[in-house]
Design a protein around this ligand. Structure first.
Ligand code: SAH
Ligand code: SF4
Ligand code: F3S
Length: 439
């Protein structure tokens, strides 16, 4: 018998790509591929790509350039591009990098075995359709391998909000929610395989509306039903849009013990003028009021956000409003970016803010956000948290895991096993993690 074919996948971008890469590896396992950690060993290299900012997209071409030598030495090596760059650029990728054999968009992953077979026999394979059939149904294979204690589970995909800066509606398509029964089955299967924490994923996960046999399931209902699964201890969800935060979901933070007190709720800007130009459809005051309601339901919740600086038309005064909003909300964690014009999006056509101005504003914003993050971490010192341990740390005898607030926590304690949830007293705060002792 011939050796198993080897698959190397490199994943860029958001958590949904991490989930998709797992599903692609499982789909290709059916065609005889086992995964490898090194591109040198691979028969098939797949790059699962991100198109959100220019840098993310350009990275792909430099990565492909690095595989030129491998391909020249082994003409049988097949190279594929999946994900959001594949969807956005399609055959343009093969024009720029003729050594690419396969281009597959996020909505066609269930066709991968067929596309790969075409590439294996020397053809070029491109699929960037938005097919009618249920991708997830077709991707579902028997999956039994043990897993680590945490997993992602996509419940909603795509976006119809069309923020003026964003490529996601073009790369992921319109909003689709998976049926609750399918999600529940996948969650049960994950728990049987050792998973104790599930993060529900969607581009607008709180816009989830699953068509259940007994009617519509908003996200809060899905979370409530998932919480009934024995062995599933923790539930998270990401990413949410402020306009889809309904009362039921806010109440879930108060009522559902398994729903962790952490929420990523991007606002992008604190200026109403810019929010309007971005097509975010809410004001800064709406957002701050919403945060107030969420904190009333769950006072200890750790809030995270996304920010864009230097959006077309952003003045110093607009930026000052972003800084003021950050001061008011006080984030435990955040991501911030310079606006990057994306081809085909409305804002790319507008008058741009100078690069130097963007850089200077980003530095000021990040200094403030970083100070807030450090303060939130230092405030944990002396407190008792619950930690789901995931894996050994870098030092001998060390185990690392996540607190309910998603802080990375490490302990040195030989009694701790991966997959256990233990009470831990926090003893020190480092820039990106906390140290603690098991109680
Ligand atoms: N669905 C999520 C965001 C997905 S993209 C939401 O609505 O919040 C993740 C983040 O990337 C965004 O929140 C935004 O802050 C950033 N982003 C998206 N497009 C961008 C662009 N063109 N330039 C810079 N940052 C961008
Ligand atoms: Fe992009 Fe999020 Fe806006 Fe949708 S809601 S267009 S994913 S930033
Ligand atoms: Fe990037 Fe696509 Fe995710 S553009 S952020 S990989 S949805």
């Amino acid at each position: 018998m011939r050796d198993a074919k080897k698959l190397f996948i490199r994943t860029y971008g958001c958590q949904m790509n991490v989930y998709d890469s797992e599903r692609m590896a499982e789909a290709l396992a059916e065609s005889g591929y086992v995964t490898t950690d090194s591109p040198e060993d691979a028969d098939l290299i797949l790059l699962n790509t991100c198109h959100i900012r220019e840098k993310a997209a350009e990275k792909i071409y430099s990565e492909l350039g690095r595989y030129k030598g491998l391909k020249a030495a082994r003409p049988d090596l097949r190279i594929g591009v999946a994900g959001c760059v594949a969807q956005a650029e399609g055959e343009e990728i093969m024009r720029r990098q003729p050594m690419v054999d396969l281009v597959v968009g996020p909505q066609s992953y269930h066709r991968l075995p067929e596309l790969t077979a075409r590439a294996e026999s020397g053809g070029k394979a491109i699929d960037t359709d938005f097919p009618e059939e249920d991708k997830f149904e077709k991707l579902a294979g028997p999956r039994r391998a043990r897993r680590g204690p945490t997993a992602f589970l996509t419940v909603q995909e795509g976006c119809d909000k069309f923020c003026a800066f964003c490529v996601v509606p073009y790369t992921r398509g319109m909003e689709v929610s998976r049926p609750p029964a399918q999600v529940m089955a996948e969650a049960r299967e994950l728990v049987e395989r050792g998973v104790r924490e599930i993060t529900l994923l969607g581009q607008n996960v709180n816009a989830y509306h699953g068509a259940g046999e007994d009617g519509d399931w908003p996200l809060a209902r899905l979370i409530g039903e998932l919480a009934k699964i024995d062995g599933l201890e923790r539930i998270r969800f990401t990413t949410s849009h402020p306009n889809d935060m309904d009362d039921g979901l806010i109440a879930a933070f108060a009522e559902c013990e398994k729903l962790m007190p952490y929420l990523h709720l991007p606002v992008q800007s604190g200026s109403d003028r810019i929010l309007k130009a971005m097509n975010r459809r809410h004001t800064a005051a709406d957002y701050v009021a919403l945060i107030g309601r969420i904190r009333a339901a769950r006072p200890d919740i750790l809030l995270s956000g996304d920010f864009i600086v230097g959006f077309p038309g952003e003045t110093e005064e607009d930026f000052a409003r972003t800084m003021a909003l950050v001061e008011e909300v006080n984030y435990g964690q955040a991501y911030s970016f310079k606006y990057s014009p994306r081809p085909g999006t409305p804002a790319a056509e507008r008058d741009q803010v100078e690069e130097a101005v963007k850089s200077e504003r980003l530095a000021r914003l990040q200094e403030l956000l970083d100070a807030q993050q450090q303060a939130a971490q230092k405030a944990m010192v002396g407190r008792e948290v619950s930690v789901l341990f995931e894996k050994p740390g870098r030092m001998a005898g060390q185990m690392v895991g996540k607190s309910q607030y998603l802080h990375a926590v490490h302990v040195t304690d030989p009694s701790v096993r991966a997959g256990e949830i233990r009470a831990v007293r926090i003893t020190a705060s480092a820039p990106n993690s906390l140290a603690g002792e098991v109680i």
